[in-house]
Unconditional design. Structure first.
Length: 127
C-alpha cells in the first residue's frame, strides 16, 4: 500500500514514466546544450568503463548535470509561459537555473579530473 492508501499500480507508473521520457525526448530534440551534455555523459561513462575507473561518481555527476539541464528547460518554459515579455525577475529565474547547470558542470569536470585522469595516467603508465 502507498501512503495515500492505494495499491501500487504498474499501469499508472508506466504512464508516468512515459511522460518523463517524453520530457527527455523533447529536451533532446529542442535543447542543444542537453544534446551536448548527453554525448559528454556517454563519453565520460565510456571512458570510466574503458579505464576501469570508479563508475558511480562519474554516473552521479552526469545524472546531476542532465537532471539540472532538464529542470532548467522546464523553468525556462514556465517563465516564458507566465511572462512572455521581458521582466527582470524572469531574467533572474532563468539565469539562476542556468547557473545551477554551470556549477554542476564544473563539479562534473572536477569529478572527471579526480576519477578519470588518474585512471588514464595509470593506463598510460605515467604515474
Amino acid at each position: 500500500m502507498r501512503s495515500d492508501g492505494s495499491a501500487w499500480n504498474a499501469r499508472r507508473w508506466q504512464r508516468s514514466a512515459g511522460f518523463a521520457w517524453a520530457g527527455v525526448r523533447h529536451a533532446y530534440r529542442t535543447q542543444a546544450n542537453f544534446r551536448i551534455e548527453c554525448w559528454a555523459a556517454a563519453l565520460a561513462l565510456g571512458a570510466a568503463l574503458a579505464l576501469r575507473a570508479p563508475l558511480a561518481p562519474v554516473a552521479l555527476a552526469c545524472a546531476l548535470v542532465l537532471s539540472l539541464e532538464l529542470v532548467n528547460t522546464a523553468l525556462e518554459a514556465t517563465v516564458d509561459l507566465v511572462s512572455p515579455e521581458r521582466h527582470p525577475l524572469a531574467k533572474v529565474a532563468k539565469d539562476a537555473a542556468a547557473a545551477a547547470v554551470l556549477i554542476a558542470s564544473a563539479g562534473a569536470l572536477l569529478v572527471a579530473a579526480g576519477t578519470l585522469l588518474p585512471a588514464l595516467l595509470r593506463a598510460l603508465k605515467l604515474s
